[in-house]
Design a protein around this ligand. Structure first.
Ligand SMILES: *[C@@H]1O[C@H](CO)[C@@H](O)[C@H](O)[C@H]1NC(C)=O
Ligand SMILES: *[C@@H]1O[C@H](CO)[C@@H](O)[C@H](O)[C@H]1NC(C)=O
Ligand SMILES: *[C@@H]1O[C@H](CO)[C@@H](O)[C@H](O)[C@H]1NC(C)=O
Ligand SMILES: *[C@@H]1O[C@H](CO)[C@@H](O)[C@H](O)[C@H]1NC(C)=O
Ligand SMILES: *[C@@H]1O[C@H](CO)[C@@H](O)[C@H](O)[C@H]1NC(C)=O
Ligand SMILES: *[C@@H]1O[C@H](CO)[C@@H](O)[C@H](O)[C@H]1NC(C)=O
Ligand SMILES: *[C@@H]1O[C@H](CO)[C@@H](O)[C@H](O)[C@H]1NC(C)=O
Ligand SMILES: *[C@@H]1O[C@H](CO)[C@@H](O)[C@H](O)[C@H]1NC(C)=O
Ligand SMILES: *[C@@H]1O[C@H](CO)[C@@H](O)[C@H](O)[C@H]1NC(C)=O
Length: 369
């Protein structure tokens, strides 16, 4: 309830504009330059009575916490609006929709927490530049921002600055409808990886700044994303690159497209310590070892199996061959052995019969007689 009352009072404050040629308190107005500046005047709200001729409006360095659609009514001619450094935490629905000619919006250095999904809805896709550098209160606000960016029709946007926001990841499809984006600043965040489909639809991108982040490498997925923006100059310096085997595909890309990566020469390994400060381009040969070592290990193993097989086969063959060569001798030997056995057996048997029964021996002797 109290929030509602506050909102109404706030709306009245904004709407009750005395649209005179005079200049609002705390502002400097120049009709010739069509410019109004309200800079560092401790303003709590967007001032009322901003002249309608205004094209360039700077309300910066104040203590404005919330902005809504009532604040900019009737300012059809504004093309450039800067609300930088105001501690703004909330942007309401369609805040800028009455600014029919707005081309450049600067919300840098604020403390955005609540951003309505339709906050940046502007007719006729007039917006060209959007600056959110240091604009988010903390990383968590990126979800609100991402929704708002996707909901607003920003097909005409050419430049987007999201630097210095402590971003750890980029929400999926955050840049989805910005088909014409040319420049994307993501420098000085804590982005750890560029994930699948993050850069989808940005085929016209000409500049991508990912310097001063927390990238340790580019995975296969990340490299595929970089392929989505073939025309973009890339800034990839000042990241904690980890020069282990996994980084090899990235180094290959670096080597193959040095003209695309503006600061390729400045990319250095940060881990492991033995490779600290070694240029990624030079680390290539050091890192390259792993891949080939693995491959040659495999090869050696395969070779040894084949060799073992060959040796066993050879031994087997030799055995059979020797058997074949000696087949007659063996036959003879077998017969001899058999005969010998038989003789022995018969001899034994005979002797046994004779020894076992004396009567028999007598009988035989008598028979002999
Ligand atoms: C807004 O700009 C147009 C064209 O530049 C001009 O004709 C018009 O007078 C301006 N509006 C005001 C209120 O000055
Ligand atoms: C959009 O642009 C067209 C022509 O370019 C214009 O007639 C129309 O009034 C604009 N709409 C808004 C809401 O500014
Ligand atoms: C965005 O605003 C910051 C701070 O005001 C400024 O340093 C930066 O150059 C701006 N970005 C662009 C793309 O103009
Ligand atoms: C960000 O700020 C919000 C609101 O103060 C807080 O609830 C949240 O915990 C903060 N998130 C982080 C990651 O600090
Ligand atoms: C915006 O942020 C607020 C507070 O952090 C949260 O309650 C709300 O769900 C968010 N809205 C969207 C669309 O993410
Ligand atoms: C980087 O971002 C932090 C906030 O996340 C800010 O305090 C710092 O000034 C930024 N550094 C540069 C060089 O912009
Ligand atoms: C990326 O996501 C799409 C669908 O969201 C999926 O089909 C594809 O396999 C994913 N690619 C990778 C490399 O994860
Ligand atoms: C690395 O780049 C150089 C110069 O462009 C090229 O001569 C060399 O063949 C490349 N090496 C590989 C492995 O791609
Ligand atoms: C890395 O190189 C930079 C400049 O080239 C130098 O200032 C820094 O001390 C070096 N760090 C280490 C650990 O060698």
């Amino acid at each position: 309830m109290s929030a509602f009352v506050l909102r109404v009072v706030f709306a009245l404050l904004c709407v009750h504009a005395t649209r005179s040629a005079s200049c609002p308190a705390g502002c400097e107005c120049s009709e010739a330059a069509q410019t109004v500046k309200c800079v560092s005047k401790d303003l709590r709200d967007i001032p009322t009575g901003i002249p309608t001729y205004t094209r360039n409006l700077f309300i910066t360095g104040n203590h404005i916490s919330r902005i809504g659609p009532e604040c900019f009514k009737g300012l059809d001619n504004v093309t450039t609006l800067s609300l930088s450094n105001n501690r703004i935490s909330e942007v309401e629905s369609r805040t800028f929709s009455s600014l029919r000619n707005l081309r450049s919006l600067d919300l840098s250095s604020n403390q955005l927490v609540l951003i309505h999904p339709e906050a940046f809805m502007i007719h006729n896709h007039t917006l060209r530049e959007l600056n959110f550098s240091r604009a988010l209160y903390n990383h968590s606000s990126v979800t609100n921002l991402s929704t708002a960016l996707r909901w607003s029709s920003l097909n005409g946007l050419l430049g987007l600055d999201l630097s210095s926001n402590g971003l750890i990841f980029l929400p999926p499809h955050i840049f989805f409808h910005m088909n014409n984006l040319r420049r994307l600043q993501l420098a000085n965040n804590s982005i750890v990886s560029v994930t699948n489909e993050t850069l989808l639809g940005l085929e016209h991108l000409e500049e991508l700044d990912l310097s001063h982040n927390a990238l340790k490498t580019f995975s296969k997925e990340g490299l595929m994303e970089l392929e989505r923006v073939p025309k973009a100059k890339l800034h990839l310096g000042q990241n904690p690159y980890t020069c282990t085997c996994g980084i090899e595909p990235f180094i290959m890309l670096l080597n193959a497209s040095q003209e695309r990566v503006v600061d390729a020469e400045q990319l250095v390994c940060v881990f492991p310590v033995e490779l600290r400060n070694v240029s990624l381009l030079l680390a290539r040969n050091l890192v390259l070892g792993c891949h080939h070592a693995e491959e040659s290990n495999n090869l050696a193993l395969q070779t040894s199996y084949v060799f073992l097989g060959l040796v066993l086969g050879f031994v087997g063959l030799m055995f059979l061959f020797v058997l074949y060569l000696n087949r007659k001798g063996i036959k003879k030997r077998i017969y001899e052995t058999r005969d010998a056995c038989r003789e022995m057996w018969e001899g034994y048997h005979y002797r046994y019969e004779i020894d076992s029964d004396p009567r028999l021996s007598q009988l035989s002797t008598s028979a002999d007689v």
